[in-house]
Design a protein around this ligand. Structure first.
Ligand SMILES: Cc1cc2nc3c(=O)[nH]c(=O)nc-3n(C[C@H](O)[C@H](O)[C@H](O)COP(=O)(O)O)c2cc1C
Length: 250
């Protein structure tokens, strides 16, 4: 897979229809990082839906995401960042290293985050706060693990946190369309490492009947993770703005 990879939303209802945009917007609003979980096992139907999406996402994207269930050790350590409790399910976010790998991890991993939210579960991305447990995942030659996503029924549904404003992360002004504002607002609800929100979105007006374009930029951060953050934020932007109305440009 190279940079020509076309990003694609792959979330489906059990009947095989795309999940309604308003359902996705509700999940975006309701999602917060949750690090403390109840001991409840995830039911079989939910596991089947999650596994089906993992398979389809891997097939389309070339990633090698793995759903690990009933494994309590990966999040048991003491980490510099984030205290986790009773995590026994998670996604291992792996795939072939190379151009665009981390952004793809963000874009497709966040689809699993929003799907989990719709299924009544909670999540937390983890770039640092996990331990790889040998025997719980498989890596093919050339593949790497980029991060984990903790998954389960949370003790709570998390809390609203601080956010930058649309003006701080975009070219929004009185002349930009309403869909651009909605895209930026959805992106501001996206999880980013240490809530850094180092992305920005630029509106490029349509020329002579063509569709308008949007340029997404990743900012600089000493902490890193800006490519993964950008992939996550781009998925949120597409849902908020409605992808039918614009094209991405580089
Ligand atoms: C790529 C990435 C890596 C993250 N790594 C960690 C981590 O190692 N430990 C942790 O506790 N939270 C981690 N987080 C969660 C962020 O701290 C959280 O998303 C951010 O503070 C915003 O809060 P929210 O998710 O509730 O909106 C990570 C998030 C992202 C997107």
């Amino acid at each position: 897979m190279t940079s020509v990879h076309r990003f694609q939303q792959l979330l489906q209802t059990p009947e095989g229809q795309p999940i309604d945009r308003h359902v996705l917007l509700q999940a975006i609003q309701a999602r917060h990082s949750v690090r403390r979980f109840l001991p409840n096992a995830i039911d079989r139907t939910t596991i089947a839906i999650l596994q089906d999406h993992v398979n389809r996402i891997n097939h389309y994207s070339g990633l090698h995401i793995q759903l690990v269930l009933n494994e309590p050790k990966a999040f048991r350590g003491i980490f510099a960042y984030g205290t986790f409790k009773q995590v026994s399910n998670y996604f291992v976010m792996a795939g072939p290293k190379g151009e665009g790998f981390k952004e793809r991890i963000g874009y497709y991993g966040e689809q699993l985050v929003l799907l989990s939210q719709i299924l009544g579960l909670n999540t937390c991305w983890a770039g640092l706060s996990y331990t790889k447990i040998p025997g719980t995942y498989v890596l093919e030659s050339g593949e790497a693990i980029s991060c984990y996503i903790a998954l389960g029924k949370g003790e709570t549904s998390g809390v609203v946190r601080k956010s930058k404003t649309p003006e701080q992360v975009s070219s929004i002004n009185d002349h930009t369309p309403e869909w651009f504002r909605q895209g930026v607002e959805a992106a501001l609800l996206a999880p980013t490492a240490i809530n850094q929100q180092k992305f920005s979105f630029e509106w490029i007006p349509a020329i002579s009947g063509a569709r308008p374009q949007v340029k997404a930029h990743k900012g600089f951060s000493l902490v890193g993770y800006t490519q993964t953050d950008l992939g996550i934020a781009k998925l949120h932007f597409e849902i908020g703005a409605d992808k039918k109305l614009f094209d991405w440009t580089v």
